[in-house]
Design a protein around this ligand. Structure first.
Ligand SMILES: NC(=O)c1ccc[n+]([C@@H]2O[C@H](COP(=O)([O-])OP(=O)(O)OC[C@H]3O[C@@H](n4cnc5c(N)ncnc54)[C@H](OP(=O)(O)O)[C@@H]3O)[C@@H](O)[C@H]2O)c1
Length: 376
């Protein structure tokens, strides 16, 4: 129980300056600041809520937001010094001294969401959820499912970061990219790059459940071991140890690839194009190998798209929120049946956010990278 007048320091991580497009982000590009305070008291009868962040996400797309773009990007650039970095997080709602349910939201790298003053003026007939949606463009996705609570390691009624991530942004990305873009069929040959990551690990498991032959690449032997022995991939290889990616793919796919779930771009994409089968599909989810380059790598094997009648399509998860219901039903069923596992890498404390975020681009994360700010 929080004391009525309690004022808390609200620590947050801010970007110190915009980054040039051609280098990796460094921890020193960000800093933890503790200049704001929040008053935890919510006036009696008010519809105001104060959000307490529990788990924060690290996502590769955040790199693009650290650079100032002349042409607007699909997500706005961060403003150095003024705002915590916006991410997806699992948050508790502090509502007149009681914590309500945990929810997924778009929030910032901060302990408390400093939206209290705005929320105090909100029409009290509005629900907190619709208020947040309308005023702050915070998208909330229902975690409690129509089929009841998903399995968690915590008591009924609360949520682990694990179930949240499986059922939220990375999960929906994997689902939409695989089922909607790749049009998979039983028995097809599927290749996934960055396969042990937040998105890739789920794509591989969806493909396995569909009866496909599944191969993944990752950047360490530890990750390759996880792919084969924990996530159920048929085959996996450490791309950093392969002198010739084309040969590695030929070894794993002597009959070629039907579906490529693209997470990395660059040399891997070229090698995959050379190994695609007739009528293959490529879902372009991300190209992380290009995110810290000023001049992007060229792709040389694009003629394969014509000769092999390949469909290559990019997508944004934000265009697939309409699939959320069917995604939720299917994935909750898989989770209840124990058919899906999810690997997370949890950094302790907001102060470790810069290191966790930069680690994505060095491949330090094993599974979905999260930061735990508070557990309750
Ligand atoms: N389209 C969408 O709506 C959408 C939504 C979410 C994510 N994405 C994209 O999906 C991809 C995966 O995202 P995620 O959240 O699942 O991240 P993640 O895989 O959990 O983390 C990033 C991983 O990328 C790999 N990597 C980093 N630098 C690399 C490089 N230069 N070459 C090859 N691999 C590199 C590393 O794994 P290794 O150890 O294997 O190298 C690293 O662990 C990213 O490209 C991201 O931008 C797209």
């Amino acid at each position: 129980m929080v004391m009525e007048e309690e004022v808390m320091v609200n620590r947050k991580v801010v970007l110190k300056h915009h980054l040039p497009p051609d280098r990796m982000p460094k921890e020193s590009d960000m800093e933890l600041v503790a200049t704001d305070t929040v008053r935890l008291r919510v006036p009696s009868g008010s519809m105001a809520v104060l959000v307490k962040n529990l788990y924060l996400s690290c996502d590769p797309y955040m790199r693009s937001r650290m650079t100032k773009h002349d042409e607007p990007s699909y997500v706005p650039d961060f403003v150095p010094g003024t705002a915590g970095i916006t991410v997806h997080g699992l948050s508790g709602y502090h509502d007149t001294y009681r914590f309500g349910s945990s929810r997924f939201s778009i929030t910032g790298y901060r302990e408390w969401q400093p939206t209290l003053r705005w929320l105090l003026s909100i029409d009290r007939r509005s629900s907190a959820l619709s208020v947040m949606r309308r005023i702050f463009d915070i998208k909330l996705i229902r975690i409690k499912t129509s089929e009841g609570q998903v399995p968690t390691s915590r008591k009924e009624g609360s949520f682990t970061s694990n179930s949240t991530n499986t059922l939220c942004m990375p999960g929906l990305t994997a689902y939409a990219g695989f089922y909607e873009i790749c049009s998979p069929k039983k028995g097809e040959h599927v290749f996934i790059s960055a396969a042990s990551g937040a998105v890739g690990q789920l794509v591989g498991q969806f493909a396995k459940l569909m009866g496909c032959y599944v191969v993944g690449s990752a950047g360490s032997d530890e990750k390759v071991n996880l792919l084969k022995n924990k996530l159920g991939f048929h085959e996996a290889f450490n791309y950093k140890k392969e002198p010739d990616l084309n040969k590695a793919l030929k070894r794993c796919f002597p009959e070629g690839i039907d579906i490529y779930f693209e997470n990395v771009g660059g040399a891997m994409l070229d090698a995959v194009l050379a190994n695609m089968r007739l009528n293959g599909r490529i879902a372009v989810c991300g190209m992380i190998s290009q995110y810290n380059l000023g001049k992007h790598d060229g792709v040389h094997n694009l003629l394969a798209l014509i000769a092999k009648c390949i469909r290559m399509q990019g997508f944004l998860v934000s265009n697939y929120y309409k699939c959320y219901r069917e995604f939720e039903e299917k994935v909750v069923r898989y989770m209840k049946e124990g058919k899906i596992v999810y690997i997370e890498d949890i950094a302790e404390g907001l102060e470790n956010a810069p290191s966790a975020l930069t680690g994505l681009f060095a491949g330090r994360n094993v599974g979905k990278q999260l930061i735990v700010v508070a557990r309750e």
